[in-house]
Design a binder for this molecule. Sequence first.
Ligand SMILES: [Zn+2]
Ligand SMILES: [Zn+2]
Length: 372
Amino acid sequence: MRRLRYLGNEKFIIETVADPIPGPNEVVVSMRVAALCGSDLHIKEQHDVEFAHHPNHVARTPSHEPAGIVSAVGTGVQNVKVGDRVAVYHKVGCMTCESCRAGNLVMCGHGGALSSEYDGAAADLLLVPKENCLPLPDDLGFEDGAIMMCAGGTAYSGLLKARVTSGESVAVFGCGPVGLATIILARAMGAHVFAVDISEARLEMAKRVGANQVFDSSKDVKEDDVYDLIHGFTIPASKTVRKLREMTGGNGVDCVVECSSSAQARINGVDALAQYGRMVLLGISNQFRDHFDFQKSLEPDKLIFKELQVFGSNVFPLHLYDRMVHFMINNRVSFSPMITHRFPLEQGPEAFRTAALATSGKVVITWELHNR
Ligand SMILES: [Zn+2]
Ligand SMILES: [Zn+2]
C-alpha cells in the first residue's frame, strides 16, 4: 500500500510499504476519504520541533478523519465484517479505565490518537482496533463519515453542551472547518446563525454553508459606549459586539461557539452573549502550552453578572456517534458543502499546503474522485 509521510522541513513523500495484517481484535479499512484537520497542521509543527532535536524522529501517517470499507478483520472481530462501510473514530483508548468504559475514549489518560501516536488515514489501508470502527449507513457519504470523526463531531458535541434549540441565536467565531461544521449543524438545529471571522474568503464559505449573517472582525475597534446588559450604563466593548447586540434587538446572542482560539474572539464572545447565555470553547491554538492566556480572555466578573455558562469541549464521546448519525440523516445534513478541495493520495503534500491556507475550507484526500 501507499502512505503519506512527513519528513520535516515541508518535505513529504509517498512511500510504498507492505499491507497491514490485522491481529486479534484489529480491523483493516480500505480508505475512501481521509480529511485533514487543523490538528494535522499542529502535529506537523510539533514534528518539525522533534526533527530539529532528533534527526531519526519518525512522523506517523497524518489524518485522523477516516472513512472507508472494511477489507480485512482479525480474530475476535464481530462488530464489523469485510465489505462494511465504516467511519473510524480516531481516539484510541485503553478500554479499561472509567472514561473508556463510559465511551469517553477522548478523556483516557493512557490512550492516543490516529495521526499522532498511531498511524493515521492518509494511506490506502488503515489498521485500527475493532472498537474504533463505527458503522456508516448508506444514507451518509464517506465525506460525511470522515468529517464527523473530528470537525463535525466536535461541533455537534459542543452544540449539545450549549443546549442550542430552535429559534435561538448562535454566534460562531472562527469559520475554519470546525466553525463551518458548527454553522451547518446549528442551522439544522433551527438556530439563527451569525458567523464572525477576519478572513473574507472564510466568511464567503460561512455564507455558502448557511450562515444567516456574517461579520468581518478584521478591523474590529474598541467602542467605549456599548450598552451594558446588567447595569444600565455603557461599557467598553468592540464594534463586533455592538453589531451582534444590534442584530439581536439589544439582547445579545443566546449561544457563542468559539472556534478560532483568538483571545479577542473569546472576549467578544462573552460580551456578545445575552443574559444567561452559553458559550462553548472549541478553538485551540498550537501555542497553548507556551502562551496560556485563557485567564486574560475571559473575565469572571462578566460571567457572574450575566449568569453565563462556559463549556470546554474536546472532540466528542464515542457514545454520541449514533445520535449524530440519526441527526444527520433525519435532517438531511451534509458536510460536503464545506469541502473546498479534494486531492488523490499522491497529491497529499499539495493537500497539506492547501489546508494551511486561510482561503481553504475542508481539504480531503479521497479515493473517490472518479465517483463524483
Ligand atoms: Zn482533528
Ligand atoms: Zn482508558
